[in-house]
Write a protein that binds this ligand. Structure first.
Ligand code: CP
Length: 291
């Protein structure tokens, strides 16, 4: 692979290979992957940053955690120049979460593997793959599934990556949310439907965080109003298919997009998504390092 920057670059065979490798790691396979990796998180993260770190520890990689707050970024150093420095120091792979959507284009020829850890509103390929792993573990295929992606579609890099990948893998994708969180460009990957229909016919109900930090004033809704209109409430959960699962990339706004009591309920796979993140990121790093 070399770089891992978006899901559009992946064939279905490559996705299935990564899922197989992640499941093998989850079952206990031990492997040593040689390499020096730097983690560069310009935007905050709990799950992605620390599950990449855990994956790197388990693979026996040498890790540098680049500290944006104490580095020369504070003196104006660009991402390109920071990465040029890392290359000179002997780093071969960089896991990067910047603020911008398409940051990686100018970095591709630096001779360092780029792993996208979630960029702006654009894409979050490692989250998307761990979501595919979680769905595959549950159902064993994608072609027979209807997956609803519900909420702040337009600001969610997870939604963008997941609607593309799910469509490519053969799932039926339903898109749900207020019209100001929706973009007609998304119709190439899914159907825009109302929440009550989506809840009743879906095998996977994937809730999205309302990304207040990316909103302008016109998009803001009260937490109470949003939950009633578009949240996964206890009443809506009762109308889900009995075998259907609930997913959310987290962090979660409890009682906004999902009722507090549903985060860890028996149909929820939210904690499993976090757990699977370590194994999928091991598979991704292995593929990147081994080309
Ligand atoms: N799901 C996800 O990307 O979470 P973090 O922002 O905490 O990494």
């Amino acid at each position: 692979m070399g770089h891992f920057v978006n899901v559009e670059d992946l064939s279905s065979n490559q996705v299935m290979h990564l899922i197989d490798r992640a499941i093998a790691y989850k079952k206990g396979e031990v492997k040593h992957v040689t390499g020096h990796v730097v983690n560069m998180f310009y935007e905050n993260s709990t799950r992605t940053k620390h599950s990449f770190e855990m994956a790197q520890y388990r693979l026996g990689m040498h890790i540098i955690n680049f500290e944006v707050q104490t580095s020369s970024v504070q003196k104006g150093e660009s991402l390109y120049d920071s990465l040029l420095t890392m290359k000179a120091l002997g780093v071969d792979t960089a896991v990067i979460r910047p603020f911008d959507d398409n940051y990686y284009e100018p970095l591709m020829n630096l001779g360092i593997n780029i792993v996208n850890a979630g960029s702006g509103c654009g894409s979050h390929p490692s989250q998307s793959l761990l979501d595919m792993m979680t769905i595959y573990e549950e159902f064993g295929n994608f072609e027979s599934l209807t997956v609803a992606i519900i909420g702040d579609l337009v600001h969610s890099r997870v939604a963008h990556s997941n609607m593309q990948l799910l469509k490519a893998l053969g799932a039926r994708v339903l898109l749900v949310g207020p019209k100001w969180y929706f973009n007609e460009r998304m119709l190439q990957w899914g159907e825009y439907v109302d929440i009550e229909t989506a809840i009743e016919i879906s095998d996977v109900v994937m809730m999205l965080r309302v990304q207040l930090e990316r909103h302008d004033d016109v998009m803001l809704m009260s937490a109470e109003g949003y939950h009633e209109s578009y949240g996964l409430s206890l009443e809506r959960q009762k109308r889900m298919k009995p075998h259907a699962i609930i997913m959310h990339p987290a962090p979660v706004n409890r009682n906004v997009e999902i009722a507090d009591a549903l985060v860890e309920c028996s149909q929820s796979r939210i904690v499993r998504q976090m757990e699977n993140g370590v194994y999928m990121r091991m598979a991704i790093l292995e593929s990147v390092m081994e080309g």
